[in-house]
Ligand binder design. Sequence first.
Ligand SMILES: [Ca+2]
Ligand SMILES: [Ca+2]
Ligand SMILES: [Ca+2]
Length: 508
Amino acid sequence: MTDPYNEATMGYNATSNISGVSWKTKGFKQPSAISYMESHDEERLMFKNLQFGNSSGTYNVKDLNTALNRMQAAGGMFFTVPGPKMLWQFGELGYDISIDQGGRTGNKPILWNYFDVPQRKAIYDSWKDLIKLRIGEPIFETEDFTMAVSNSNGIKQITLTDPNAAGDAISHVTVIANFGLTEITVTPDFAETGAWYEVLKENKKYVVASLDQTLKLAPGEFRLFANNPSTLFPDNNIPDDDHDGVANADDTCPDTPLGATVDLNGCAVFTLPQNNFSISSKGESCRDSDDGSIAVSTTQNLDYTVTVSSTDLMVTDSFTGTSWSIDMLPAGTYDICFGVNGEPTYEQCFTVQLTQPEDLLVSSKLNKASGNLDLEMKGSEKYIITVNGYTYETRDETFRLSLEQGWNTVSVKTALACQGEYKENIFVGDAAMAYPNPARSFVNLVLPTNTRVNYQVFNLQGKLMQKGEVDGMLSRNPQIDISNLPSGLYMVKVDGANLEQTFKIVKQ
Ligand SMILES: [Ca+2]
Ligand SMILES: [Ca+2]
Ligand SMILES: [Ca+2]
């Protein structure tokens, strides 16, 4: 059985199946098949663990102590199987010298010093206890046992039943080991609810309140549970007949139902399942709408009291049944506490956060050379952008628009009308020139395109002094007559297709 055991100890579980360690699997009619994990003509399990061990994250079977630790689990899955077993010399100390050292049949070093290495001695101690247990407890000679030992996740389990066990004798044993490389949560195949005992850990009591109770197993860990303590090992459990953790001497309620939560006197206190309360909430639809809500549903149909409180609100109510809700709430942090009528000590509280939409914030930046407008938006999951009648939707907080020549209308809004709308009119056009400056009677324009041009002339006080139209359709070089204006400084504003510009002109 070297290969399947070594696959397990190395952490390669896809095909590891150790069921052949059982005389029943081999097809023997009686337990007369001698099984072994290591023998004279194979590499040692530990040699291959260190050479080829698997790893996951920081957990690495090639690390000596990790590999040694996994040998305890291998022993847990070996000595507990009924029928004769062979242990190869020094395997109990994690002997890890290659079979080929000094030639295949060459002398191998005798390493008594392994006995002084605590992690190696730990295998020795663990296997010693397992052998003591299998020799001393009759259940390990039962023919009624099952093995689930080929799970590809590395979990292996052996379950033993002794139909002849009487009185306080052990009639059920479950051994479970994790040969995977990560922690695994398992539902052990316990034969019954009640108190079980980890006999190898000084009979430490383990209460199984329900058969679907789960257990976390670290990589390389094995646990052995028996339904009664073993007299072969110390028993430090306090006398506690109802298994509620309160000693008989202090227990004023000696018949507490299994799994109940108890107070210091060992008496059951009222509790509800952890999943009893389901709370859903909805924030305000708009910043000013005060329409947040909290809804509660419960699995147990009872008479409940409920208190909802925030910094500026406190509501107390009661309800019978399995649902309750409250609405018209402003955004904020709410504590919601439940009680049950007739159970004065029971209270369970939750915190609920009600949100409200952010303000819509938009900023824009125009690149005059390219005509690109970069928008930056905040306050929503989705933005609806309209430019010159075309609409875009985006979930990004930045968006680039390519503007047209001339006037562009840009707006940004969200799906919520109450978040408002950002609007901007942006002119994109080519630059015109005006000359001469100073001018005497005429200002000559040089237009980028052919267009009619409206012009306005303002003095420094902003007073409109003159306005008119010049025709740039035939020539891009129209003239504005300023001969009637007094000398001085003027602002000449010109306006046409793709054109909006103001010049500062000195009239001589
Ligand atoms: Ca008790
Ligand atoms: Ca009790
Ligand atoms: Ca609000």
